[in-house]
Each structure stands twice: as C-alpha cells, then as structure tokens.
Design a protein around this ligand. Structure first.
Ligand SMILES: N[C@@H](CCC(=O)N[C@@H](CS(=O)(=O)O)C(=O)NCC(=O)O)C(=O)O
Length: 204
C-alpha cells in the first residue's frame, strides 16, 4: 500500500480519504530536528513534505496527491464537468488553507481573533455551494477528494473555534455525516489520529 513521509500541516485530508477507502498506509512523521539536517529536504522536488509513494509513483504537493487518489478511487466526478467543478472547489479550499496557515505560522497571537472574526466571510462561500448541491457533497452525489479536503479543513477550524459552523447548517451537517462514515469514524477515534498535531508548530 501507499507510504508517505508526512508533516503535520497538509496530510489530514490524505489520511481521511485513504481511511474512508479502506486503504492501509505506512507513514513516517518527520520530526523537525531531522528535517533541519537538510539532506531529506534537498531530495524533495520542492524542498517540502508531504512525500507520497504508491508502487513506483513518487508524488509531492498535497493537492496532487489528493487528485491522484481521486482518479484511482472514483472520487473525481462522473464526467469532465464534475471534475472541473471539483478542481474549482479544491482550489477554493486551498485559498482558505493558505489563509489559515499564515495565521497559524506567522501571526497566531495577534491574528487568531481577527481571523476567527473574518472566517464567516469565507465559510459562507462553501455553505452556499453545499446548500445548493443538496446531495450532502460539494459536487455530484458522492464524496470527491474536494470533500475530504473540505472536511479536514473544517475539523481543523472547529478546533480553532468550536462554534464556527453554528450559522452554517449545511456545513455542520456535512461534518456530522462525514464523521459518521464508519471508516472515517474509526480513524478519527484511533490513537494514531489523536496523537497527530494539526500543525507543525503545535498551534491550533
Ligand atoms: N504546496 C505544498 C506545500 C507543502 C508545505 O508547505 N510543506 C511544509 C510542511 S506543512 O506546512 O505542510 O506542514 C514544509 O515542508 N515545510 C518545511 C520546509 O519548507 O522546509 C503542498 O501542498 O504539499
């Protein structure tokens, strides 16, 4: 099965997607001291983790890994139009992930409260898409890699602010339904998941 060298920040959606598909994987969480020695970093295409290996395939870039899993597990839409919309949603989620990461890594103490205050202006966009699609997923009528990506981002934001979905019923229901999927529930309840920090600097 797949094997990946992970960091903390951008592997949550990958793990949840593989868990939901019943895929076993091996994972090495690289610790900061080892990383700072530099030789592993020098071997990474972009000098960054996660690194994902699946048979002979070696991939970097968390969203490319999600798309690879989407293609291989029928989680990339039923046709080109759905795939395009799934790509669009994944890119929108990436924009939110970048904002969240900037706050976490660069300005947590001063930026957390303003970030939480502004958060509804970003979550309302995903609420509208989820409410309009009516299937309980972002695009089409079954989970795509964009759904696993959104689910991970929302779980992280619920740790940051437990009430952040209280005014977004479609997103709240989405999180409840995804959390209740048997293989995801088992994974989220596992010690392996619980011991993982959300972000590399320990802030959440
Ligand atoms: N666009 C890349 C970004 C990867 C990235 O930022 N990796 C960070 C770790 S994390 O933020 O994803 O947790 C890293 O390797 N940082 C170490 C370094 O840049 O030396 C992706 O999506 O995978």
């Amino acid at each position: 099965g797949p094997y990946f060298l992970s960091t903390t920040g951008r592997c949550g959606a990958i793990r949840i997607m593989m868990a939901d598909q019943g895929q076993e994987w091996k994972e090495i969480l690289i610790d900061f001291a080892d990383w700072m020695k530099g030789d592993l970093k020098a071997s990474c295409v972009f000098g960054q983790l996660p690194k994902f290996e699946d048979g002979g395939l070696v991939l970097y870039q968390s969203n490319a890994i999600l798309r690879h899993l989407g293609r291989n597990h029928d989680a990339y839409g039923k046709d080109g139009k759905e795939a395009a919309h799934i790509d669009m949603m994944c890119d929108g989620i990436e924009d939110l992930r970048l904002k969240y990461g900037k706050m976490i890594y660069q300005e947590y103490d001063t930026g957390k409260d303003p970030y939480i205050k502004d958060l509804p202006n970003h979550l309302d966009k995903f609420e509208a898409v989820m409410a309009k699609n009516k299937t309980g997923f972002l695009v089409g009528d079954k989970p795509s890699f964009a759904d696993y990506n959104l689910f991970d981002v929302l779980l992280n934001h619920l740790v940051l602010c437990s009430s952040c979905l209280d005014t977004f019923p479609s997103l709240k229901s989405f999180v409840e339904k995804m959390s209740a999927r048997p293989k995801i529930k088992a994974f989220l309840d596992s010690d392996a998941y619980k011991k993982l920090p959300i972000n590399g600097n320990g802030k959440q």
